[in-house]
Write a protein that binds this ligand. Structure first.
Ligand code: IDP
Length: 150
């Protein structure tokens, strides 16, 4: 089953949106398989955002992500990577559609509340970067037949 990595960033934690994010993903029908709050080290932040290391906002992004606790999670479900990106909305909250997390709760690109893996391969490497195997639970919710036809 497909998995994705979702992180509520320090602004989302400070604003009390952790429950809202979890609820939206649960209500959609995805399964939570890993969850933890942590304060991110510089090393982890730089690895996570390595693809952006030449961008002008890289330094402030790393400083921001390491500035307070984040809530890291792993979710499972059919098409979860692309679907979670839709639930999250566009990178800039000002242009993100209403009904998306960023569209409903944010106004600034540097405070866009949440991260979600952008592709299946990225999701696999991000899950491995943020979680040990023993921190993830493989389980099948008993409600599964009410979410999937087979
Ligand atoms: P994504 O989070 O929607 O996948 P990316 O382009 O991968 O967007 O950028 C990673 C993160 O870097 C964004 O979520 C945002 O926090 C930050 N970021 C991207 N572009 C800018 C910018 O132009 N100014 C400040 N921060 C930015």
């Amino acid at each position: 089953m497909e998995r994705t990595f979702i992180m509520v960033k320090p602004d989302g934690v400070q604003r009390g949106l952790v429950g809202e994010v979890i609820q939206r993903l649960e209500c959609k029908g995805f399964t939570l398989v890993g969850l933890k709050q942590l304060t991110v080290s510089r090393e982890l932040a730089e690895s996570h955002y390595a693809v952006h290391k030449e961008r002008p906002f890289f330094k402030s992004l790393v400083e921001f992500i390491t500035s307070g606790p984040v809530v890291a999670s792993v979710w499972e479900g059919d098409g979860v990577v692309a679907s979670a990106r839709k639930l999250i909305g566009a990178t800039n909250p000002l242009t993100a559609e209403p009904g998306t997390i960023r569209g409903d709760f944010g106004v600034s690109i540097g405070r866009n509340l949440i991260h979600g893996s952008d592709a299946i391969e990225t999701a696999q490497s991000e899950v491995a970067l943020w979680f040990e195997d023993g921190e993830l639970s493989s389980w099948k919710p008993s409600i599964t037949p009410w979410i999937y036809e087979d």
